[in-house]
Design a protein around this ligand. Structure first.
Ligand code: C5P
Length: 200
């Protein structure tokens, strides 16, 4: 049976970097549960689409630029849209369908805010990453080539919204192992997480 791993946490805690590396080490698939919100956000920002009405239609368009999707303005808009119950409802159906599809073929590592609490609570392994907010902002600024001061305030706002929203807020999922990544390199976190993984 294939293994499913969820990695949740606030922005900049290192979820996606860890998720990609872990999936590679496990020879599995990495699945970003936030991608759906970012793609919706980009379309809303650039084309003014009414996303709440038609998540699946909006998602038919698969041609977004990966670098554009990473921009903080897109992450910010994504967190606005991700707080809308109707959007989450439709996103959840799509995420579960895609995860099921991948899991039939390989191990799956997914990252997000509610991956282990709502989307895939039956995951074989669940992790929740934390880190000092300044370090998170430094990592994000480095990734995006921006100044830390410019990233920090926006990031705090986004994390506050993700934690305080009514639907599927950012919480530590039941049974998740909590890891503080502040003082650890990417490889240290990867080794630590991998030591918990049991591959049948
Ligand atoms: O993880 P990423 O930065 O790509 O997520 C962008 C935004 O999408 C988050 O700030 C959050 O509001 C939303 N998101 C979510 N639930 C997830 C993944 C992402 O609400 N599982």
């Amino acid at each position: 049976m294939n293994v499913s791993v969820t990695i949740d946490g606030a922005s900049g805690t290192g979820k996606s970097v860890l998720g990609v590396a872990l999936a590679e080490k496990m020879q599995g698939t990495f699945y970003s549960t936030g991608a759906i919100y970012r793609r919706l956000a980009l379309l809303a920002l650039e084309r003014g689409c009414d996303v709440a009405d038609s998540v699946s239609q909006v998602l038919m368009n698969n041609e977004e630029d990966a670098l554009l999707l990473k921009e903080e303005r897109v992450g910010h808009k994504a967190s606005e849209l991700a707080a809308i119950a109707e959007v989450r409802e439709q996103a959840l159906m799509i995420q579960r369908k895609e995860i099921t599809h991948f899991l039939e073929r390989s191990h799956v590592v997914m990252d997000g805010r509610d991956a282990g609490s709502v989307i895939w609570p039956q995951a074989t392994h669940k992790f929740f990453l934390t880190a000092d907010v300044l370090v998170c902002a430094q990592r994000r600024a480095e990734e995006l080539g921006l100044r830390v001061e410019d990233v920090l305030a926006k990031m705090k706002l986004r994390d506050k919204r993700d934690r305080e929203r009514e639907v599927a807020p950012l919480v530590v999922p039941d049974g998740a192992i909590v890891l503080d990544t502040t003082l650890h390199s990417k490889n240290e976190v990867l080794d630590q997480v991998y030591s918990f993984i049991y591959l049948p």
